[in-house]
Design a protein around this ligand. Structure first.
Ligand code: AN7
Length: 361
């Protein structure tokens, strides 16, 4: 029988706070591919791999943390969970709560989350409220509700989320045999940046690896509080997943940066969409805009001369392109792709394709 991946709580039971008393709620998350990206290696002179987290059950890395957060919530007797979300956390919370048979409540900024993610939360029967404010407003309210009402908070301020998410670093190390030289990652609340740093640090402490990767995190230019050094009141970017003005794990992320000789940078929206096109067209991996910022960050840092030739580089791409697909139809500089319409006529279609007959048979 083929081996079936057991989900991160079972696969890494010895590395997580999971006991006999923990009811394991899993959809088989983790075990995602680490894909060599020769096109990006050629562009940068580095040895580049893409950790494709869109391959998780709900299409984002959030599932690694959600299996842990929902399992622990139920262990503690929770009957309902709550989160604020730019979309992916709510999709994941809704799916895992549905699987466990408990209620999920999700607060999202009105009109600001991708349709695929909204559809997921609704499909999985979450109580979804669109708040007339930003993600940061939603998180403040979710924290207040969880402090005063019987709803268990599953945002990444809950350490169980970070614990589950650190398993992605374990998987990278298993495949590469050591930590990479650089780990590139999108940053919103900086929970995942914190989680990868924790995972790599634990591997070093266990003597499995010889070094920590330099943790390179990227925010969208219109939503770059960590880079600017102050909260952003009205964050704006096409990368709706990381439209976050006051990151919850800000302090932890600065400590992680300092511990790894890391870096935080900002990338403008056009460069994010350019990187999205490169990753789609040259590597064959379809991601949502927030995830493409890892690629944009590598190209920008490579151009700046910071990435030595031959460096081992891992780009984590956090969410699937099918969640927010319309960006693929945008042409660089503006305008939309409209596929050519043709009649049911082989010769005409060959003509449109510029094909000449391949000769007599
Ligand atoms: C695709 O869903 O915050 O820096 O509420 O969906 O750990 O916040 C999503 C974040 C990167 C940033 N890429 O991760 C939410 C939410 C994608 C994301 C991030 C998010 P963090």
């Amino acid at each position: 029988m083929a081996h079936q991946w057991q989900g991160v709580l079972r696969e890494y039971a010895d590395r997580l706070d999971v006991t006999e008393a923990t009811p394991i709620v899993t959809l088989g998350e983790g075990g995602t591919p680490l894909i060599p990206a020769p096109a990006l290696s050629r562009r940068t002179g580095a040895d580049v791999y893409v950790k494709f987290e869109g391959m998780n059950p709900t299409g984002s890395f959030k599932d690694r943390g959600m299996t842990m957060a929902i399992s622990k919530a139920i262990e503690h007797g929770a009957k309902a969970v709550i989160c604020a979300s730019t979309g992916n956390t709510s999709a994941s919370a809704a799916a895992y709560a549905a699987h466990a048979g408990i209620q999920a409540v999700v607060l999202v900024p009105e009109g600001k989350i991708a349709l695929g993610k909204l559809s997921q939360a609704i499909a999985h029967n979450a109580e979804l409220l669109q708040v007339q404010g930003t993600f940061d407003d939603c998180l403040d309210i979710a924290r207040e509700l969880s402090a005063n009402y019987p709803v268990h908070l599953v945002n990444s301020v809950n350490n169980d989320r970070i614990e589950g998410q650190k398993t992605a670093a374990f998987e990278v190390v298993e495949v590469l045999g050591d930590a990479p030289d650089f780990q590139f990652i999108p940053v919103g609340n900086a929970g995942n940046y914190t989680a990868y740093t924790r995972g790599y640090t634990e591997e070093l402490e266990r003597g499995i690896t010889t070094k920590l990767p330099r943790m390179f995190g990227f925010q969208a230019a219109g939503s770059a509080p960590i880079v600017l050094g102050h909260p952003v009141k009205d964050p704006e970017t096409v990368a709706s997943a990381i439209r976050i003005g006051n990151p919850a794990s800000w302090e932890l992320a600065l400590a992680a940066r300092d511990a790894t000789n890391g870096y935080f940078g900002a990338i403008d929206d056009e460069s994010i969409l350019d990187a999205h096109r490169i990753l789609s067209a040259e590597v064959g991996i379809f991601v949502e805009p927030a995830s493409a910022i890892s690629v944009a960050g590598l190209l920008e840092r490579s151009e700046a001369g910071v990435i030595p030739a031959g460096s081992k580089v891992v780009l984590t791409v956090t969410g699937h392109g099918l969640k927010d697909p319309q960006w693929a139809l945008r042409v660089a500089g503006g305008g939309e792709v409209t596929p050519t319409v043709v009649p049911v006529d082989t010769a005409q279609i060959a003509g449109v394709l510029g094909l000449s007959p391949s000769g007599a048979a």
